[in-house]
Design a protein around this ligand. Sequence first.
Ligand SMILES: [Zn+2]
Length: 101
Amino acid sequence: MLTGSPYRVTVICSGEHIRMTGRAPKVYAKTGDNGRTRFQHFCQECGSPLFTSGEGGPDDWGIRWGSVRQRDRLEPSRQIWCRSAAPWINGLKELPGRPTD
Ligand SMILES: [Zn+2]
C-alpha cells in the first residue's frame, strides 16, 4: 500500500495537459494486480507522491490531489477499490473535527 492511508485522491488526465516545473521527480516502477506497470513519481527533496504514469498503455496520468495547484476546484467524481475500503470510512463525517492538527 503506497499511501499508508485509507484514502488517496487522484486527478486523472492526459499527459498533454500537464506542465511540470522544478526538479525531475524520482521514479518507482510498480506492477499492479492487473499486471500493468505504473510509474510512481515522488519529489526528490521531501518524498511526497506527485503522480503516476503508465507504461505502453493509455496516456492516463494520475496526479496526486495534493500536488495540483487548483485542487480546491476539483471535486471527486467516482471511487475505486471500494471492495477493500475500511469498514468505518463512511462514518468519518460524524466524528468531532478540528480546523488544524
Ligand atoms: Zn517536495
